[in-house]
Design a protein around this ligand. Structure first.
Ligand code: ADP
Ligand code: MG
Length: 316
């Protein structure tokens, strides 16, 4: 083990110290996307995400088509997280020589399906061979009106903490996959394999001045909300009895004796939007209020005696 005690976020903080500074109007490391101002009243949004066999997926469990979908989806989600419109992706693949040619064709069908759904062009990438495992990297570009990107650093005391959709479905789907029990709920398994990035919702939220901080939920609210709190210098009280839980999740949790709050807050990979909003804002989309932003920088879980964090690489 090269990095025994340090977590993913401490590691990023260390990398950040070496970053060559950008122009003052550019927003770099720390948000879901970098924000690069252009001259035409638009900002360019850029992000990149990697999927590694054995860390993010098991080749035997996910179909190439689902993996193609997911690789593009998790990147498009980072544009939605800024309130932006996704425009294009670049796809880099490192593949073992033993992979059948049909694997790439099926992978690209899934990648194309979601790209077409959101009118996102594939503009380039890189292809190389890997000694044994599949490595996928996608870079995504998007735009938003100048200065309108929703940052993690903009939460204000008194804001409501809100989420789109339901939480925990993907984590429950993963538990079923890992316990060889996919048949127990194909619906939850599908949520894990083929997340739906909240592009339309992100655009609407992006146009609301009362929506302050926003990000997408990739590691679980228990982890992701901490980024908003840290970057904004605020705290929050979250009511764990008000979490949006799907009927399917509640039913599987009853059947298996799983804790739905744990899955909803620490599970991750929901790719829903987590945002903070002034109480009088009306964003015109369905959402659930799960708590409030406070001046006191603590994170308090109401309705539960335990703490919740999320997934963090290297810390397992
Ligand atoms: P997300 O979950 O939205 O993809 P991450 O938690 O992966 O975001 O990353 C947090 C921030 O750190 C992002 O702004 C990302 O661009 C930046 N980041 C992560 N790894 C690196 C790296 N190796 N070099 C530079 N920036 C990085
Ligand atoms: Mg993100």
């Amino acid at each position: 083990m090269i990095m025994p005690k340090i977590g993913e976020f401490e590691l990023i903080d260390q990398i950040r110290k070496y970053a060559t500074p950008a122009t003052p109007s550019t927003i770099g490391i720390g948000d879901d996307c970098a924000v690069i101002p252009q001259r035409d009243g638009l900002d360019t949004l850029v992000s990149t995400d990697m999927l590694i066999e054995g860390t993010h997926f098991l080749k035997e469990d996910i179909t190439p088509r689902q993996l193609g979908w997911k690789s593009a989806a998790v990147n498009i989600s980072d544009i939605a997280a800024m309130g932006g419109k996704p425009i294009a992706t670049f796809l880099s693949l490192a593949l073992p020589k033993t992979l059948p040619e049909t694997w790439v064709q099926e992978f690209m069908e899934g990648y194309r399906d979601i790209s077409q759904k959101h009118c996102v062009a594939l503009l380039g990438g890189d292809t190389t061979c890997s000694p044994d495992r599949i490595c996928i990297n996608v870079a995504v570009l998007g735009t938003c009106p100048s200065g309108s990107a929703k940052l993690r650093s903009a939460a204000l005391p008194g804001d409501m903490v809100c989420v789109t959709g339901t939480l925990g479905d993907s984590a429950a789907g993963l538990k079923l996959i890992l316990s060889n029990d996919k048949a127990a709920s194909p619906q939850l398994v599908q949520k894990h394999y083929c997340p739906l990035p909240r592009v339309q919702e992100g655009l609407l939220l992006g146009s609301c001045p009362g929506v302050h901080a926003m990000m997408d939920i990739s590691d679980g609210v228990g982890s992701d909300l901490r980024h908003i709190l840290k970057e904004s210098g605020v705290g929050a009280v979250i009511d764990t009895d008000s979490l949006p839980l799907s009927a399917e999740l509640q039913s599987i949790c009853r059947e298996k004796g799983w804790d739905p709050k744990q899955l909803a807050l620490s599970g991750g990979e929901d790719y829903e939007l987590l945002f903070t909003m002034a109480p009088d804002e009306k964003p015109g989309i369905p959402y659930t209020v799960i708590g409030r932003i406070t001046k006191d920088p603590a994170l308090v879980w109401k309705g539960s005696s335990r703490d919740f964090d999320g997934y963090q690489c290297f810390k397992e």
